[in-house]
Design a binder for this molecule. Structure first.
Ligand code: NAD
Ligand code: TYD
Length: 364
């Protein structure tokens, strides 16, 4: 087994367990991996919470190396069994409760999945790793967020790997807790771990509760576009495909025990982003209920504890591993808007009674 396997068309080289592979980034990663490395085994473990969508992976069911298991990352016997029976060598851990607004409404699930779930995976993987031949090239890769670093003032330098952790929401605090556990498992036990901390992603299969899909869908439905506070908060946007290629680079050539920041160097104020989405929809959507879509912009009560600005410095990943983002924010947003326009059959069923109840709680 070698981590330098390329898209070479040779036999199965790597055996991945991807947690949270039915969610937004996990599913994009699974599609990316199966296309890039068709001979690698890809086992997805996902609890199919409200954010998980089996349909997103349906086109892979015919793929001979793909397998889906519905289950919880807190279920230790299940994890042990999967690691062993599939002889997993690479864990790519996406599964999480991921939405800040939901973490404000109910933080318990965030501690359970993000902290206890990650701990459960680490313990299972440690036992699995100890039971394997020491020459085996194993890896536990943990997918995390820039939000663990807290909030920046306008003139502050972007977050680097040495920025102290200062999480502000129950979501980011639970992700920080999981990062610390992963780090400790390398430091204490020598376990072969890597971590990526990425900025805000966008692209296909993004659940409607997040800013970009929510705005796209509300524009298509002629509903108000709720901008929190003054709309001047800044996020650093990365097209999801570039996040997948960054994780690929870290799995291939990242140093164990290391953390790599991933970002697109695309800082945009929320209000500017919403205007951009409106312009793209005005151009690309033939039958908008409200045109121009900008008329739908509505300022609403701010999110409690709303972080003002995130920005990521990904110099380490770029200089040490040669990764660069390939999609500009203009291209990526255009592709994303087009995707939501062409894939109503994917997003419409997600606007369920549960989603409406959540929406009422946050926006009423
Ligand atoms: P998501 O909410 O779209 O998907 C999460 C997935 O995890 C879902 O499929 C869900 O069913 C699954 N899941 C939740 N709890 C589980 C459990 N207990 N056991 C098994 N599966 C469970 O999230 P996402 O946006 O795809 O984020 C994926 C990862 O990337 C998360 O760890 C998140 O913190 C991180 N991240 C996200 C962003 C972003 O912009 N979305 C940016 C940086 C990092
Ligand atoms: P979000 O997509 O929830 O990501 P995160 O909070 O993890 O950065 O939100 C992105 C930004 O958009 C954030 O500053 C909050 C803001 N926002 C709104 O203004 N209105 C909304 O309806 C949502 C969901 C987010």
């Amino acid at each position: 087994m070698t981590f330098s396997a390329q898209n070479s068309g040779v036999n199965s080289e790597r055996r991945l367990l991807v947690t949270g592979g039915a969610g937004f980034i996990g599913a994009n990663f699974v599609h990316y991996w199966c296309a890039q490395y068709p001979h690698d085994r890809v086992l997805v473990l996902d609890a199919l919470t409200y954010a998980g969508n089996r349909q997103t992976l349906a086109s892979l069911d015919a793929h001979p190396q793909f397998r889906f298991v519905q289950g919880d990352i807190c279920d230790r016997p299940l994890i042990d069994a999967l690691l062993q029976e599939e002889a997993i060598d690479t864990m790519v851990h996406f599964a999480a409760e991921s939405h800040v607004d939901r973490s404000i409404l109910g933080p318990g699930a965030f501690v359970q999945t993000n902290v206890v779930g990650t701990f459960t995976l680490l313990e299972a993987f440690r036992q699995h790793w100890l039971s394997r031949d020491r020459s085996a090239d194993l890896r536990f890769h943990h997918v995390s967020t820039d939000e663990v670093y807290g909030s920046l003032e306008p003139a502050d330098p972007a977050f680097s790997e040495t920025t102290p952790y200062a999480p502000n929401s129950p979501y980011s605090a639970s992700k920080a807790g999981s990062d610390h556990l992963v780090r400790a498992y390398h430091h204490t036990y020598g376990m072969p771990t890597t971590i990526t901390n990425c900025s805000n992603n966008y692209g296909p299969y993004h659940f409607p509760e997040k800013l970009i899909p929510l705005m796209c869908i509300n524009i298509l439905m002629g509903k108000p576009l709720p901008v929190y506070g003054d709309g001047q908060n800044v996020r650093d946007w990365l097209y999801v495909q570039d996040h997948c290629s960054a994780i690929d680079a870290v799995l291939k050539s990242g140093k164990v025990g290391e953390t790599y920041n991933v970002g697109g160097n695309n800082e945009v104020k929320n209000l500017d982003l919403v205007h951009l989405l409106c312009e793209l929809m005005n151009e690309l959507a033939p039958d908008l209920p409200v045109r121009p879509a900008q008329e739908l912009i509505t300022f609403v009560k701010d999110r409690p504890g709303h972080d003002r600005r995130y920005a990521i410095n990904s110099t380490k990943l770029q200089t040490e591993l040669g990764w660069t983002p390939s999609v500009t924010v203009e291209e990526g947003l255009r592709q994303t808007v087009s995707w939501f326009l062409s894939n109503e059959a994917w997003w419409k069923p997600l606007l369920s009674a549960e989603y409406q109840a959540y929406y009422q709680k946050v926006y009423a």
